[in-house]
Design a protein around this ligand. Structure first.
Ligand SMILES: *Cc1c(COP(=O)(O)O)cnc(C)c1O
Length: 407
């Protein structure tokens, strides 16, 4: 194989950029054909200069809005000082992120990683080791229960317990020790718990499954069962957390306190991947030096960004904003009644419209009208704009949605 020098950048058209991506990139996504080159708040702009309202917010990673100036400032300042030390040495930002996470959530300890999937893997490792060393499960016997319809990321261990056939197909063999129980079914959870059960991993509201809100009381009953049988309750709040559902964490809707909480997505403010596992000293204390790690986990740039991202959520009252704007949007969408709409559901500014038909053409029609949505599964449209969205922009976006759905 021969190589030539890298090409000089010039202005590329939408079609050229799409062609390059299709030719040279792996086709593991099916994006809408909009090529974004800049963004601010709830709006993005494509290479042709067209503006769109963002109704996805990068799967809730930009709850604070695109290119938030306060997070940008923190990132620029930190990028000029030190970006990566590795955890072979200490840095001056990680202790402050630990303090902020503790003060905001009350959890005793945290462990920082990069992607959400790594956060989930970390929580699973902690749960297994807690199972062996604290609960007394025999070596290599710890079991972890998960919910049907779950989405926790794309590593081999995680897709191994997915109920989505496509996520698994071709990727086996998978790690043993995981068992799925029907989401929302407390009797099924009780039946599945054995003396070897170390943890129950669950999304308080299932995001990728289509914003599935479990029956009232389910999480509270699951928390009580877990306590009774000494099983760790692990809440994956990577998408539902940090304000998305109108509470800081979705588990608060049921007044519970999981043993372990996983954060990601909006912890980054959209700037720089950062995830974290929060838990008690009893749980995260199982990790000894050398047990687990990540070259980039806890790096000072990530920590500075995450601290600023948390501060924006607090200072701008984004949790209350999500509750208020979400209630308004839900009421409006419930008013759209026709044969195409099967159900409207959600919490906070995290809504789903389940259709009786394919959702993709609706998303494409919305794109034509200047609103970006992405279908989840075949028939669900997810509405999850940045939480900073202005009320009049939200109203305009919902107008477009109504127009498409009633066309
Ligand atoms: C997005 C997501 C993940 C995975 O996060 P990545 O950063 O994509 O690895 C895990 N759990 C939930 C609930 C998610 O929504």
């Amino acid at each position: 194989m021969t190589t030539t020098e890298l090409a000089i950048d010039r202005e590329y058209s939408t079609a050229e950029l799409i062609a390059l991506e299709e030719q040279y990139g792996a086709h593991n996504y099916h994006p809408l054909d909009v090529v974004i080159e800049r963004a601010s708040g709830a709006w993005v702009q494509d290479v042709a200069g067209r503006r769109y309202l963002d109704f996805l917010a990068a799967y809730s990673a930009v709850n604070q809005g695109h290119c938030h100036p306060a997070i940008l400032r923190a990132m620029m300042e930190q990028a000029q000082k030190v970006t990566l030390t590795s955890r072979a040495f200490r840095n001056d930002q990680l202790p402050l992120l630990y303090r902020d996470l503790h003060e905001l959530t009350g959890y005793e300890m945290a462990l920082p990683m990069n992607s959400g999937a790594e956060g989930v893997e970390t929580a699973l490792k902690a749960a297994r080791k807690w199972g062996e060393t604290v609960k007394g499960i025999a070596p290599n016997q710890a079991e972890i229960l998960v919910a049907s319809g779950n989405f926790h990321g794309r590593t081999i261990a995680i897709v191994g317990f997915s109920s989505d056939a496509q996520y698994r197909a071709g990727f086996g063999p998978f790690a043993p020790g995981f068992r799925a129980v029907s989401f929302g079914d407390i009797a099924a959870l009780e039946r599945a718990i054995t003396p070897n059960t170390a943890a129950f991993l669950v999304e308080p509201i299932q995001g990728e499954a289509g914003i599935i809100v479990p029956p009232d009381g389910y999480l509270a009953a699951a928390a009580a069962l877990c306590r009774k049988h000494r099983v760790l309750l692990i809440a994956d709040e990577i998408q539902s957390g940090l304000g998305r559902t109108g509470k800081l964490f979705a588990f608060e809707h049921e007044g519970i306190r999981p043993d372990v909480v996983i954060l990601g997505k909006a912890l980054s403010g959209g700037y720089y991947p950062v995830s974290a596992v929060l838990a008690s000293r009893e749980v995260l204390g199982v990790f000894q030096a050398g047990d687990h790690g990540s070259t980039f986990g806890g790096n000072p740039l990530a920590c500075a960004v995450a601290r600023a991202a948390l501060r924006v959520i607090q200072d701008e009252g984004l949790v209350a904003r999500s509750a208020e704007l979400g209630a308004y949007a839900l009421e409006r969408l419930r008013g759209v009644r026709n044969a195409r709409v099967r159900e409207v559901r959600g919490r906070g500014l995290w809504l789903a419209i389940e259709l009786n038909e394919a959702a993709r053409p609706v998303c494409e029609a919305l794109q034509q009208r200047g609103v970006l949505c992405k279908e989840t599964h075949a028939t669900v449209i997810r509405i999850a704009p940045p939480l900073v969205i202005r009320r009049e922009d939200l109203e305009w976006g919902l107008d477009q949605l109504e127009a498409v759905l009633t066309a």
